[in-house]
Write a protein that binds this ligand. Structure first.
Ligand code: FMN
Length: 194
């Protein structure tokens, strides 16, 4: 089985979200063959008028194996996808949105049908691991990362969406390290379950 780790922990070694992700990955069954996709190392660009035109032309010619679609195939073919990113400006960093823009490709990750959108990703689970400076109750409209990624799970056709968040890491006087340790326990348990 293939597991794909999409690493958008921009602060690298200093990132608490990356620490949370590593605990998850360490506890994943060895049956998974793990690929690490470190978004900070990839040449990812937002779509432009020209690149959209090129994309449409390639797809119209049936060239869906063109290298520019490699990340779309990679996510579509993974059995388990793990996303890790910090909470920035009420959501996740723009780099992750750019990645999503690049992998949202009709005929690879989703298809438009008369009955509506149909996801084409074969993965059973989409897992999101994050850390946040403040504290967010589930469903708070100040938190726009989880609802968006949950919609992406349905859009791309993953079986389910699971997430672990460590909250309050930047609140003075709050025991952020304890919150992180608690989230790590949750991440460990989730990895063992999947
Ligand atoms: C650019 C930037 C934007 C942030 N925006 C928010 C925010 O909107 N809400 C919040 O609670 N914390 C915010 N934070 C704090 C981070 O969510 C928090 O420090 C998180 O643990 C960072 O994760 P990392 O250690 O993996 O980089 C922001 C931090 C940065 C650097």
């Amino acid at each position: 089985m293939k597991a794909l780790y999409i690493d958008c922990c921009i602060r690298g070694k200093e990132s608490r979200s990356a620490r949370l992700a590593e605990v998850f990955l360490e506890n994943l069954s060895p049956e998974y063959e793990l690929t690490r996709r470190r978004l900070m190392d990839e040449a990812l660009y937002p779509l432009t008028a020209d690149s959209l035109r090129q994309r449409d032309a390639l797809l119209a010619q049936g060239k869906s194996r063109h290298p520019r679609f490699r990340f779309a195939h990679e996510i579509a073919e993974a059995d388990l996808v793990i996303l890790a990113a910090p909470f920035w400006d009420l959501s996740f960093p723009a780099l992750l949105k750019v990645y999503i823009e690049n992998v949202s490709v009709e005929g690879i990750t989703f298809r438009s049908t008369e009955q509506g959108l149909r996801g084409l990703c074969r993965g059973k689970h989409l897992v999101f691991l994050t850390t946040r400076g403040g504290i967010y109750e589930p469903g708070s409209d100040w938190e726009q990362a989880v609802p968006y990624l949950k919609a992406i799970q349905r859009f791309f056709g993953f079986g389910d969406f699971r997430y672990v968040a460590a909250d309050g890491l930047d609140i003075q006087g709050y025991d952020g390290e304890a919150a992180l340790q608690k989230a790590m326990d949750e991440a460990r348990a989730l990895a063992k379950e999947l």
